[in-house]
Design a protein around this ligand. Structure first.
Ligand code: 13P
Length: 248
């Protein structure tokens, strides 16, 4: 059966000391609670090794290079990420697509390298406000999924976590309604089933991201096809993150 997951994405926030302190505080605050989900924190690259060695929480990078190694100044490879102890990598976040020009073709390479190095990609897809208004949101999300991921074998695809993040809901305080999110998650699961079969689709965790917080997590996570969240702002404070985790 698919896993429930709550993953934080710190984006470009927290220095190293703040990050390590946060991870230890979160782990201590969760100790003794019965959790109904896996908890992952997505940190900047330089935090990965320290956070991974100081907690048992899952750790994710927020990106990796689309090349294996070599003369690519400033880049960080999937092998380097894996060597820190991180087990996940967030790929295809809309901020990477928009500000750093990441295309489906680039994301396909990143995904292959992540998998080859034993990392599970948390792969982000989602439409803009204009695309939803034009009623092409299902087409957009399908194309992102097909173009970057549907070259994978079923075995490799089963290591992918999907994060549906409507761009209009990210950092805006606007959350998709649980009905809008459920509708899209069910569509994504059907798209996966049509390609890889019902068993693979039923075992794929599909997370919701976009202004999810302690106030709306329970309703969102109560939907049949929503298996958790990818959380930005509300993952930056332990007191705000725990109610999201407890949405399960
Ligand atoms: P917010 O939760 O701040 O809207 O960010 C969502 C997100 O982009 C997670 O990757």
């Amino acid at each position: 059966m698919r896993k429930n997951i709550v993953a934080g994405n710190w984006k470009m926030n927290k220095n190293l000391q703040e990050g390590v302190t946060f991870a230890k505080e979160l782990e201590a605050a969760l100790a003794g609670k019965t959790l109904k989900c896996d908890v992952i924190i997505g940190t900047p690259f330089i935090h990965l090794a320290s956070v991974a060695s100081s907690t048992k929480l899952g750790v994710a990078a927020q990106n990796c290079a689309d090349k294996a190694s070599g003369a690519y100044t400033g880049e960080v490879s999937a092998a380097m990420v894996a060597s820190t102890g991180a087990k996940y990598v967030i790929l295809g976040h809309s901020e990477r697509r928009t500000y750093y020009g990441e295309t489906d073709a680039i994301l396909k390479e990143k995904t292959l390298l992540a998998l080859a190095n034993g990392l599970s990609p948390i792969f982000c897809i989602g439409e803009t406000k204009e695309e939803r208004e034009k009623n092409v949101h299902f087409d957009v999300v399908k194309k992102q999924t097909v173009d970057a991921l549907f070259g994978l074998s079923a075995e490799d695809f089963s290591k992918i976590v999907i994060a549906y993040e409507p761009v209009w809901a990210i950092g805006t305080g606007l959350t998709a309604t649980s009905a809008q999110a459920q509708e899209m998650h069910a569509f994504i699961r059907k798209t996966i089933a049509d390609k890889y079969g019902k068993e693979v689709a039923d075992n794929t965790s599909i997370l919701y991201g976009g202004s999810a917080n302690g106030g709306n997590a329970k309703e969102l996570f109560g939907c049949p096809d929503i298996d958790g969240g990818l959380i930005g702002g509300a993952s930056l404070d332990v007191e705000k993150f725990i109610p999201v985790i407890e949405g399960f």
